[in-house]
Design a protein around this ligand. Structure first.
Ligand code: NAI
Ligand code: MG
Length: 359
């Protein structure tokens, strides 16, 4: 039988990034072992804050070209106290997301079997939705500046950028994901009562595209109320879409209601597959626990499950996620953020053994 080769660019980054990426690598290896006609070939890129201190940039000038031909990218996390966050994030992750048109940021909010939500009275079926965040424009746009710096008149302006093109493509994607799920429900974050230029425009596009999807039950909620509903009635959600800022906030909140940042994965997806998509945990480099070997690798490993789905290897995606759930259900191996005493490697090894056992 012919082997399928997939090329992966690996960017471990800073802090706990390399620690959790290591566990992800073990998972890629065991997937090759249990699925003999799949091969992953990968290269490492040491682009992080240390690289910045040496070279004055987060990645080489041809960095994006180097990544372009990979099937996919696995990312850890960046950020270190030695480099301002607006440099490390703006010069590494944001260029990758933008240049490769990874305009969909897909983030599952799913309570895994074996875990109790901080919202304990909710069941596993109640906490199972996806958040789709716009990933290239909106509130995170480099448009604005400072005037009269260093004077009492000092002024800072940062503009929101909502293009028809950018809004249509993310909302079309959100509707199509809603179409693919049995509940056929889409909730869209807005704030058109207060942000009175860009948000009404966004709402109009939600309704326009909705006309092409009469079978989808679509709701527009103001972001503040929506955040409250994540806690009070999470079971009412199936697919939730939001602009860059709103989606960012909702997904950290989503992570919190299913057990914390150590669990939450994400995909930065180019749906047209013209460019590689990138998979990473939602969390950052966690300088407070970096080097202690206690970071939870589940967010990184779950992001490999999303990567497998994207590479059209859904049986491997499912296998990885079920193995994570089984290990949590057993309950004996847990990192400190989940109330256990296991370290990063033990957690990763337990998932790897479970994958082997289940296949
Ligand atoms: P963070 O996500 O790194 O940490 C927040 C809290 O969650 C910390 O208490 C940390 O210990 C805990 N935590 C995070 N991941 C964990 C894991 N896998 N296991 C156990 N506990 C975990 O966010 P923070 O502290 O705001 O940012 C730290 C650095 O990371 C900054 O430089 C920031 O810019 C960067 N960052 C990078 C991101 C990326 O690479 N995509 C995303 C978010 C932040
Ligand atoms: Mg965030």
């Amino acid at each position: 039988k012919l082997q399928k080769h997939f090329s992966i660019a690996i960017i471990p980054g800073d802090g706990i990034g390399p620690e959790v990426v290591n566990e992800g690598l073990k998972v890629l290896k065991v997937l090759e072992e249990v699925h003999s006609d799949v091969r992953f070939v990968y290269d490492f890129y040491d682009w992080n804050c240390e690289y910045y201190l040496k070279h004055g940039r987060m990645m080489p000038t041809n960095g994006l070209n180097l990544l372009e031909d990979y099937d996919t990218i696995l990312f850890g996390a960046v950020g270190a106290p030695t480099v301002p966050d607006h440099v490390s994030v703006w010069e590494l992750i944001l260029p990758i997301r933008r240049h490769f048109q990874q305009y969909v940021n897909l983030r599952p909010v799913k309570l895994l079997k074996g875990l109790e939500s901080p919202l304990r009275y909710k069941s596993h079926d109640d906490l199972d939705f996806v958040v789709i965040r716009e990933n290239t424009e909106g509130e995170y746009s480099n448009i604005g500046g400072r005037l009269h710096e260093g004077t009492p008149y000092e002024t800072a302006i940062q503009n929101n950028v909502f293009t028809r093109y950018g809004s249509e493509r993310i909302l079309k994607y959100a509707y199509s994901v809603a179409e693919s799920r049995p509940k056929k429900r889409l909730t869209v974050a807005t704030k058109s009562n207060a942000i009175n230029h860009t948000m009404p425009f966004w709402d109009e596009i939600v309704k326009e595209i909705g006309n092409e999807h009469p079978q989808i039950d679509v709701q527009l909620y103001h972001i503040d109320a929506l955040a409250a509903y994540f806690i009070s009635k999470p079971e009412s959600f199936d697919v939730v879409a939001g602009s860059n800022l709103f989606g960012d906030i909702l997904t950290d909140l989503g992570a919190a209601i299913v057990g914390g940042l150590g669990l939450a994965p994400s995909g930065n997806i180019n749906p047209e597959r013209k460019y590689p998509s990138m998979f990473e945990p939602i969390h950052g480099s966690a300088p407070d626990i970096a080097g202690k070997g206690i970071a939870n690798p589940i967010a990184q490993i779950w992001s490999i499950s999303l990567m497998m789905d994207h590479l059209r290897l859904p049986e491997l995606g499912k296998l990885v996620l079920s193995a994570i759930e089984e290990v949590l259900f057993d309950g004996t191996v847990r990192t400190p953020d989940l109330g256990g005493t296991a370290n990063t490697m033990e957690m990763g090894d337990a998932i790897v053994s479970k994958i082997r056992e289940m296949s």
